[in-house]
Design a protein around this ligand. Structure first.
Ligand code: ME8
Length: 506
């Protein structure tokens, strides 16, 4: 079973294109695994406790529970708008999560890894994280570059330092545990530098999950949030599913939260006696005008602003094609328009309209199921189909850009094939009727394969093209490799209809 997760986002505001990026990669990769025929569970959700949310509620004059109940709808709306097909959505205020958190924390306590101590130090509420003085930049939080608070409390501490050696050993033995390698090195460096035990509870806060052994304190929000991955896999409410679903195949996260996922979380799991996730895959930041796109800055862009112009498929294509998973990526409106027009309106959309137009014009939309020729003209098309199918494996490593580059070889080869075989000329010669059928059949077959291959990235466009091709069933049915062998396109009634991707004027 493939189990993929996104971070659970803070519902202190609505989702922006940065939040949507991780969610999108997870959704596309989960769709890829389903298309491959693997049993898959994809998870997203919201992180509803903690000081940050309590403050957001106060600022809006609401009780925290009312606030999160109100704002969670924005996440559902955004994910629906972007055609995200998640199997699970978790809210940390759910009972299944509360029960799981209490059970896991109790295990850590019983294991002798938890003790009472006094904490005093800098705290960034936006990060919901403690820092040590050395990490501050001019006294500011290194992520948000804003002043930190000083927190002083008697708290429960987790003996994180005990897990440094086992963790380093695990990272050493499992080179794919933290990717990409830059993040792995960062984590190893952090661990080797010496790690302090960390406070895992709050006495001054009520908006959280009470510790089972000391109800006067609530769990520090990260000690509750990380456990969502286990709660959503059925730990408390569906042990049978939990047995097949845990450990997760991959936690997808932004690089801002790598330490929580690659240090705290595995240590917590070791302490609670649960297996570790197979992989923590971190991506870079989405930058707008060179700075990190975030909830608090003025450059915030919301998905709906882009979907209005580019549609959900255009949105999904752009971010999956242009932002590599790993390094930071820059967003620009101009770049998005150029990419859309070049790849979607031209290469893909235009190909579909030209082919469907020829089928309507010369064959009334019904092309006989003649087996496509296998001559020198067809060779590049056939090899491109094989390469495009092979490129799908790039999704295994979240390399959607490389997968899409591979798929585009097929569309480019199809366009070249059209130019070379010039069916509009062939149609003028009645003696060449069968050759025309062969050419059109080959083009339709390329489109059929293309529709299947783009379905993880553009489920809507894949479906629309499938309907235009008059094909039965679904483009995203399982076992794509078998379904993408270049063969004979069946005799269906095809129709051109509206453009798949209308051109956008800059
Ligand atoms: O950190 N570029 O929630 P959060 C790319 N609740 N990705 C971005 C981004 C950007 N500019 N801005 C945000 C939390 N993200 C915790 C997580 S998990 C147990 C708890 C994405 O709402 C990226 O995935 O601040 C980042 O890690 C996440 O949003 C942070 O979301």
């Amino acid at each position: 079973m493939k189990y993929l997760t996104t971070p659970i986002y803070y519902p202190n505001d609505r989702p922006h294109i940065g939040t949507a990026y991780t969610t999108l990669v997870a959704d596309a990769v989960a769709r890829y695994f389903r298309l491959k025929g693997e049993e898959t569970f994809s998870l997203t959700g919201v992180d509803e406790y903690g000081l940050k949310i309590q403050k957001a509620a106060e600022e809006n004059g609401m009780e925290p529970q009312d606030w999160v109940d109100h704002i969670v709808g924005r996440f559902h709306e955004a994910w629906e708008l972007l055609d995200m097909g998640f199997d699970g959505f978790i809210r940390t205020t759910e009972e299944r999560h509360r029960a799981t958190v209490r059970s896991l924390l109790q295990k850590m306590y019983d294991n002798g890894d938890v003790y009472l101590s006094r904490y005093e130090g800098p705290y960034c509420v936006r990060c919901e994280a403690y820092y040590i003085e050395d990490e501050l930049v001019d006294g500011n939080c290194p992520v948000h570059m804003r002043p930190v608070d000083v927190h002083a409390e008697e708290n429960w501490f987790f003996a994180l330092s005990r897990y440094v050696d086992p963790l380093l050993a695990h990272i050493e033995a499992n080179p794919g545990f933290i990717t990409p390698v830059e993040r792995r090195n960062e984590v190893v460096g952090f661990l080797e530098h010496g790690v302090d035990d960390i406070s895992m509870s709050r006495s001054s806060l009520t908006w959280g999950i009470p510790l089972p052994w000391d109800e006067s304190q609530v769990a520090y929000v990260w000690f509750d949030a990380l456990i969502n991955y286990v709660s959503a896999a059925g730990y408390a409410d569906d042990p049978e599913r939990f047995a097949t679903q845990w450990p997760a195949s991959a936690h997808l996260v932004g690089k801002d939260i790598i330490r929580f996922h690659a240090v705290y979380w595995p240590a917590m799991l070791m302490s609670a006696g649960l297996p570790l996730p197979e992989r923590i895959a971190a991506h870079g930041w989405l930058l707008v005008g060179g700075t990190k796109m975030s909830k608090s800055n003025a450059t915030q862009i919301l998905p709906e602003e882009l979907v209005e112009t580019f549609g959900a498929d255009g949105y999904r294509y752009h971010f999956l094609r242009d932002v590599s998973f790993g390094p930071d990526g820059n967003f620009s409106w101009e770049g998005m328009v150029d990419r859309y027009n070049a790849d979607l309106a031209n290469d893909f959309g235009n190909l579909a309209s030209r082919v469907l137009n020829l089928c309507e014009k010369f064959r009334d939309g019904r092309v006989p199921a003649v087996s496509p020729a296998d001559g020198p003209e067809e060779q590049p098309l056939r090899s491109a189909a094989v390469e495009a199918v092979a490129a799908m494996a790039e999704f295994e490593d979240f390399r959607s850009k490389q997968a899409l580059e591979g798929i585009w070889l097929l569309f480019r080869a199809s366009n070249a094939y059209l130019e070379m075989t010039a069916p509009w000329k062939v149609a003028k010669d009645p003696d060449q009727a069968e050759r025309l059928d062969q050419i059109l059949n080959a083009c339709l077959e390329a489109l059929r394969i293309g529709a299947i291959l783009v379905s993880p990235v553009m489920p809507g466009a894949a479906r629309r093209l499938w309907d235009k091709l008059g094909l039965p069933g679904e483009p995203d049915a399982p076992a794509f490799a078998d379904r993408c062998v270049f063969g004979t396109f069946p005799e269906t009634t095809v129709h051109k209809g509206d453009a798949l991707f209308p051109r956008i004027e800059a």
